[in-house]
Ligand binder design. Structure first.
Ligand code: SF4
Length: 417
């Protein structure tokens, strides 16, 4: 297919990268399961030997992926969970391996919870080369934290955020809105509290009440007022106003950062940069070329169809199985093969999460593979509905587009059909 111009050619090159731009490592262990959590994580006791075995297996998988050439272009690494800080010393060893195998990486983030982010661990992570900590705070009110089943106190959260900032990390605080007992005033105070700790990045999410969780059980037969869409929208708007007036810039629907403090890793997810996920439940998004490189060390993976442009994989081995897996060849995956058409629609949908919207090269490419009139009519409809605006060479989501995200993202994805 002939590229329309430099922008589209640049975009096309991204769709064929043989190496990933970002690496995600999943540690699925927590001190206790929170009442709202349906993530891939399990509660266990501190220093459970399984955590050490699991991390050792992950370190082997990491070096295999590096030897296969999949990580030569990797720029960022994110260790998520679960609660990576709960794993303790093995987490620092994993970060050390990342640093020695991937010297070109410029950002290494670890998720942490206040109750397991000791001074000792801060020192170990700094020495190992971790640059960024994403701390799960959720609220700075003890009664709200108790409702969520969190095991740390508000005071502990503020204290550990301050310690992490002082130790020299780039620190992000995660907060949750539309939760039980929360008021506009307490939400405002939680936001002001984390800003006061000196963090450079704040992520804000409305609580999602999932069926298979204690909170889902509790509210099975009612739609609680504290979580209704209007409350969610009002709290997200309140966060936007407060954070932007405090000097933070919103760069994604849920993410705010001071100058230079954006999480570069997360941006890969929204800009079609391929990424590799290692660990139980971890997902990867690979180009056809990257999938070919992975198949060299994972001969159990099937050959893609001729029309495949992108592959999404999720590791379905449970934590014990993963800890026992001596190599990537022992793992099992759920697979999804995407055509060029599906990949283009997906990229438009993901790009609409970003303040800067979608790049001209992506729109040119989408017109080529999805049809000029289909793309232009969809964008015109979104503009007429106030969901999207055309700013300079880019198409960007409006505040209304984010508030009605399901409609906006749905319209983009519908282009695949
Ligand atoms: S700490 Fe995070 S991953 Fe662990 S149970 Fe709570 S919400 Fe889930």
């Amino acid at each position: 297919m002939a590229a329309r111009g430099t922008d589209e050619a640049r975009w096309l090159a991204r769709l064929k990268l043989p190496s990933v731009a970002a690496l995600y490592l999943h540690l699925p262990f927590c001190a206790r399961k929170c009442a709202y959590c349906d993530f891939s994580s399990w509660a266990t006791k501190p220093k459970d030997p399984l955590m050490e075995d699991y991390v050792d297996a992950l370190r082997k998988h990491l070096s295999e992926a590096e030897a296969a050439g999949l990580l030569s272009g990797c720029e960022t690494v994110y260790v998520g969970g679960g609660t990576p800080s709960f794993v303790g010393a093995p987490l620092a060893r994993l970060v050390q391996d990342v640093r020695s195998l991937l010297p070109q990486v410029s950002e290494v983030s670890c998720e942490a919870n206040p109750d397991s982010l000791s001074d000792e661990l801060l020192g170990r992570l700094l020495d190992a080369g971790c640059t960024r900590l994403s701390v799960g705070v959720q609220s700075l009110f003890d009664a709200e934290l108790t409702e969520l089943g969190r095991i740390h106190s508000a005071n502990q959260a503020q204290q550990r955020l301050g310690a992490a900032v002082e130790a020299g990390f780039d620190v992000s605080a995660d907060l949750m809105c539309a939760i039980p007992l929360q008021t506009d005033e307490s939400w405002r105070a939680s936001l002001e509290g984390v800003i006061g700790c000196g963090v450079g990045h704040v992520s804000v999410y409305p609580l999602q009440i999932e069926d298979e969780t204690p909170l889902g059980e509790r509210y099975r037969s009612s739609e609680p007022d504290f979580n209704d869409p209007e409350v969610q929208a009002r709290r997200m708007e309140l966060a936007r106003d407060l954070l932007t007036s405090a000097g933070f810039r919103r760069y994604e629907v849920a993410s705010y950062a001071r100058e230079g403090k954006d999480c570069r890793h997360n941006q890969a997810y929204w800009t079609a940069r391929p990424y590799l996920g290692l660990g139980t439940g971890a997902s990867s998004m690979l180009t056809r070329e990257g999938y070919g490189a992975l198949r060299k060390v994972c001969p159990q993976l099937p050959e893609p169809d001729d029309g495949t442009r992108r592959v999404r994989l999720t590791c379905i081995d449970r934590r014990h199985e993963l800890a026992a897996a001596r190599s990537l060849a022992d793992l099992h995956f759920d697979l999804e093969f995407l055509s060029e058409v599906q990949a283009a629609a997906e990229d438009l949908m993901l790009g609409m999460r970003l303040v800067c919207g979608v790049e001209p090269g992506l729109v040119d490419h989408a017109r080529t593979v999805l049809g000029e009139s289909a793309v232009d009519e969809t964008l015109a409809w979104c503009v007429a509905q106030g969901l999207v605006a055309h700013k300079g060479p880019r198409w960007v989501p409006t505040d209304r587009g984010w508030l009605l995200g399901n409609i906006l993202y749905g319209r983009m994805w519908d282009l695949a059909s």
